[in-house]
Design a protein around this ligand. Structure first.
Ligand SMILES: Cc1ncc(COP(=O)(O)O)c(C=O)c1O
Length: 417
C-alpha cells in the first residue's frame, strides 16, 4: 500500500468502506425495548423511583459509592457537585487549563473563580503549576481524566491532602476507567459525569453526581432536584429539610427515557471497555515507533476507558508537515474519523474565560488569562489528533486500516509538503 501515492495526491485511498466508521452508542434491541417500555411506564419521574432509582442504584453499585444522583446533563452534574461541595462566592477552584469548558463554567454561576493551571507534556494537570496558583481562597482542585486516561490519582490525592484542598473529579470521559483497580470518580469528595451522546456510557443526554458523603448528597438534591426527592430523601430532622419544596430553585432532573437508555447501556459497559482495550492496544502497537506519531503512555496502574485514542503529532519528524495537511491526507485515505479535538481545548482561548464580565456582570472586573499563560496546554492541543476506539472484534480490521492509512501518509510526508 505504501508504494502508491497518497490519495490526497491522486492515489488510491487506503480505506474504501463508506463512513461513518464510528457511531455511538451502539443501539441494540435491549435498548429499544427498554426505552419503549419506559414510554409505557412513566415519562416524568419527580421522585427517586422507577428507572431513576434503578439507574442510580446500578451506578452506585458499579462505582462502589454510597450515593448517585442523576441529572439532565454532565454540565448540570458539575454545577450540582460544586454547589453541594460548598463552593461559593470568591472561592477558587483549580481546573486544568486543557479540558472541555463545562469542567469549569458552572463555577461562574456560583460566584466562584476557576483558576486555570497548566498541564504537563502528557496533558495531565501539572501539580507544580497548580501548587503555584494556590491562594488562601483556594477551596478545591478538580481533575479530569481526559480521553478516558486516568490521571495519576496517587499524586492527586497526595496533592489535595498536602494543600488541604477538596479533591473533585470530572469523570465525563472515564466511566469504568480505573487507577490501581479503583474506579475513577471515587477518589475525591465527589465526582460528576456526563452521559452525553458519545460518552463511554451514554444516555443521549444526561449526567450524574457520585459521592460517599451523605451531607453532600442532600445538597446535590437541594441544588437540582427540588420538592419530592428532597422531601423523601432528606430526613425531616435535618436542618435543611425545611427547604425541600424549593431546594435552591433549580430543576436538573434526568429524563426517564434517557435514564432507560443509560441503564440498558450500563449492562454492556464492561464489555465495551474490554473490547476497546484490545483495539486500543492493537492501534498503539501498530503506531508505536512510526515517525511523527507518539502513542499515549499508559501507566501500569491505569485502565483507560478509551473515550478516544489521543495521538501526538511531531511535525519535526516529518519535514515540518503541518498537522492540518497531515490530517487532510489521512482523511483523504478514507480515515474520515481522524480528527483534532474541537471544544476540548485550552480554556484560556474562550472569550468567556478571557472576558467573563461581558456576559456575567459579577465578573466585570475579572481579568482573564493572558496569551501564553498556559504554554503546555497550547502545545499539547496544537499537536494532538484523535482516533475512535472501536470495541467490536469485527471492527479490528477497520482499526488496522486506520493505522495503515496513517503509516502510509507518514511514509509520504515529503511528497505532501
Ligand atoms: C470533560 C467534560 N466535562 C463535562 C462535559 C459536559 O457534559 P454534558 O455535555 O453532558 O453537559 C463534557 C462534555 O463533553 C466533557 O467532555
Amino acid at each position: 500500500m505504501n508504494d502508491f501515492p497518497p490519495a490526497l495526491l491522486g492515489g488510491t485511498p487506503a480505506i474504501t468502506v463508506p463512513g461513518p466508521h464510528f457511531t455511538w452508542p451502539p443501539i441494540e434491541d435491549a435498548d429499544q425495548c427498554a426505552v419503549a417500555a419506559q414510554l409505557e411506564t412513566a415519562v416524568s419521574i419527580p421522585d427517586r423511583s422507577g428507572i431513576v432509582a434503578d439507574l442510580e442504584d446500578a451506578l452506585a453499585s458499579y462505582l462502589g459509592v454510597r450515593h448517585v444522583v442523576t441529572t439532565c446533563t454532565g454540565t448540570a452534574a458539575l454545577h450540582s457537585m460544586y454547589a453541594a461541595a460548598g463552593v461559593g462566592p470568591g472561592d477558587e477552584v483549580i481546573v486544568p487549563a486543557l479540558t472541555f469548558h463545562a469542567t469549569a463554567t458552572p463555577l461562574f454561576h456560583l460566584g466562584a473563580h476557576p483558576v486555570l493551571a497548566d498541564v504537563d507534556d502528557r496533558g495531565r494537570l501539572d501539580l507544580d503549576d497548580a501548587a503555584r496558583r494556590i491562594t488562601a481562597r483556594t477551596k478545591a482542585v478538580v481533575t479530569v481524566h481526559l480521553w478516558g486516561l486516568p490521571e495519576d490519582m496517587d499524586a492527586l490525592v497526595s496533592f489535595a491532602e498536602a494543600h488541604g484542598l477538596m479533591l473533585l473529579e470530572d469523570g465525563s470521559h472515564a466511566h469504568g476507567a480505573t487507577w490501581n483497580h479503583q474506579m475513577t470518580g471515587t477518589f475525591g469528595v465527589a465526582s460528576a459525569f456526563s452521559l452525553n451522546g458519545p460518552k463511554p456510557l451514554s444516555a443521549g443526554e444526561g449526567g450524574f453526581v457520585a459521592t460517599d458523603d451523605t451531607e453532600l448528597y442532600y445538597r446535590v438534591l437541594l441544588h437540582g432536584q427540588y420538592n419530592k426527592r428532597c422531601r423523601r430523601e432528606i430526613p425531616d430532622s435535618h436542618p435543611l429539610a425545611r427547604f425541600a419544596v424549593t431546594g435552591m430553585g433549580l430543576k436538573l432532573r434526568i429524563h426517564p427515557l434517557a435514564a432507560a437508555l443509560a441503564r440498558a447501556q450500563l449492562t454492556r459497559l464492561d464489555h465495551y471497555l474490554t473490547g476497546r482495550q484490545e483495539i486500543a492496544d492493537r492501534m498503539r502497537a501498530a503506531l508505536d515507533g512510526v515517525p511523527g506519531i507518539r502513542v499515549p503512555h499508559v501507566p501500569v496502574s491505569a485502565r483507560p476507558s478509551w473515550y478516544a485514542l489521543p495521538l501526538r503529532y511531531e511535525p519535526a519528524d516529518l519535514e515540518g508537515l503541518p498537522l492540518e495537511r497531515f490530517l487532510d491526507a489521512v482523511r483523504a485515505e478514507g480515515a474520515t474519523e481522524a480528527d483534532r479535538p474541537g471544544s476540548t481545548c485550552p480554556l484560556g482561548t474562550h472569550p468567556l474565560f478571557q472576558a467573563p464580565g461581558a456576559l456575567l456582570p459579577d465578573y466585570a472586573d475579572r481579568q482573564g488569562p493572558a496569551a501564553g499563560d498556559f504554554p503546555a496546554a497550547g502545545h499539547v492541543h496544537a499537536t494532538t489528533f484523535k482516533l475512535p476506539v472501536w470495541h467490536r472484534e469485527e471492527d479490528a480490521r477497520l482499526a488496522d486500516a486506520y493505522t495503515a492509512a496513517i503509516t502510509k501518509v507518514v511514509s509520504h510526508a515529503k511528497d505532501l509538503l
